[in-house]
Design a protein around this ligand. Structure first.
Ligand code: T4K
Length: 369
């Protein structure tokens, strides 16, 4: 088997992309909210069922600037079981992350534990729909209303996910998606924020364009985070195929589930109730005592056969060098346990079914339980 990486980007036929590029060549408008940008924004509003959408250079800048536009001060409740971007975006806004534990059912923030972390400094909650799993949005909304907190979802993994028939980006004050090459939907690099408040949108738009209000007025300390026309064009192409790509992922996930079902010590996440999933990732939790090998053993074993799984998300963000002296791992025991046992298996639309079968076979043969 040649090397199988954890993911591979979805790409349109080259001719489809080139035909989008032709328009760019003709009008010589490459960035700064051109036609492709506007078109993608319009189409995403529909696809994500969002009232408003703002596009960004990447998912990280979407989170960072969306937090900035909320004009927050103080503490933000979030989880450390995520990509480091979530934590960085909070800290780079001068805010203090307060880490809440995750739950064992779907690895999202444990909503039952949020209230005990609220202080008079708390200004917002930043939960993560990790792997595309939906957080307990209803409970989070109740808590946020009761305590007057903003809610910004890191929805980097949740493109196309719906909960109770509503686009996931319609929950909370804002939701930030990543359109990175490794995501279910990509614009090469890119991201978006969905929200409902138009005034907030005006601030967001300005912040991604240096804080410029007009040619002679700059009234916010913005950044440059505009999605360019080439990325928007890639998005327009990929959006035409994304539903089919998700369907292909679904079939592979079903194969994985089938192949792993009987293996002792391998836990696969169940489908969530009322959720239309996007099959963004396929994480498994390895219980070393039952399986007979640790997560790290299995990671190395798969690597020997050219299967490059990834330890998303290990270490916890609170354990990275830039944060670790400020936080205690014991404060988030479930996140700590899951991060030590989690392994994300290869999953992408064009992954061959035989490869999935070979991977599950390998995992089964290696089991000592
Ligand atoms: N919040 C969350 C919860 C996130 O997961 C992320 C990003 C963000 C926020 C921030 O969104 P962005 O600013 O990135 O839009 C990858 C991605 O770079 C990152 O987007 C993603 N999360 C994270 C979970 O995974 P790495 O360091 O693992 O990437 P890398 O380069 O090792 O790529 C992973 C695999 O993908 C490679 O083994 C091969 C394959 N690949 C990758 C690229 C870039 C390709 O086949 N082609 C490619 O072009 O972070």
């Amino acid at each position: 088997m040649s090397k199988i990486l954890v993911t591979q980007p979805s790409m349109p036929e080259l001719s489809e992309y080139v035909s989008e590029l032709r328009d760019i060549w003709e009008c010589k408008w490459l960035t700064n909210m051109g036609q492709k940008h506007k078109e993608l924004q319009r189409e995403l509003k529909q696809f994500l069922q969002a009232q408003e959408v703002e596009l960004f250079t990447n998912g990280h800048m979407a989170i960072e600037l969306s937090l900035q536009a909320m004009k927050l001060k103080g503490e933000v409740i979030t989880t450390p079981f995520t990509f480091v971007s979530t934590t960085h975006a909070i800290v780079r806004n001068g805010l203090k992350p307060v880490f809440c534990d995750i739950n064992e059912e779907d690895y999202t923030i444990d909503a039952e534990k949020i209230e005990s972390l609220i202080t008079d400094q708390t200004c917002a909650i930043v939960p993560v729909h990790v792997y595309g799993n939906v957080c307990d949005v209803e409970k989070i909304e109740t808590i946020a209303r009761k305590h007057g907190l903003k809610v910004l979802y890191d929805a980097a993994h949740a493109f196309g996910v719906e909960y109770k028939g509503r686009g996931i980006g319609t929950y909370g004050d804002a939701s930030c998606f990543s359109f990175h090459a490794t995501k279910v939907f990509n614009t090469i690099e890119g991201g978006a924020t969905t929200f409902a408040n138009k005034e907030y949108g005006t601030d967001l738009y300005r912040l991604k364009n240096f804080g410029i209000r007009d040619e002679e007025t700059v009234d916010a300390v913005g950044a440059n985070a505009k999605m360019n026309e080439f990325c928007a064009a890639m998005g327009l192409c990929n959006l035409r195929h994304v539903s089919m790509e998700i369907e292909k992922r679904k079939q592979l996930v079903e194969l994985y589930r089938e192949g792993l079902r009987e293996i002792k010590g391998i836990r696969v996440l169940p489908e969530q109730k009322d959720v239309k999933p996007n099959y963004a990732y396929f994480p498994i939790y390895i219980d070393a005592r039952e399986y007979g090998h640790t997560r790290d053993d299995l990671y190395e074993e798969l690597k020997k056969s050219g299967i490059i799984a990834r330890k998303y998300f290990y270490p916890l963000t609170s354990n990275f060098d830039c944060y670790k002296n400020q936080y205690k791992e014991q404060d988030t025991p479930v996140a700590s346990k899951i991060s030590k046992g989690i392994l994300t298996l290869p999953l992408y639309a064009n992954l061959e079914k035989n490869v999935v079968r070979a991977i599950t076979e390998k995992i089964s043969q290696y089991c000592k339980g």
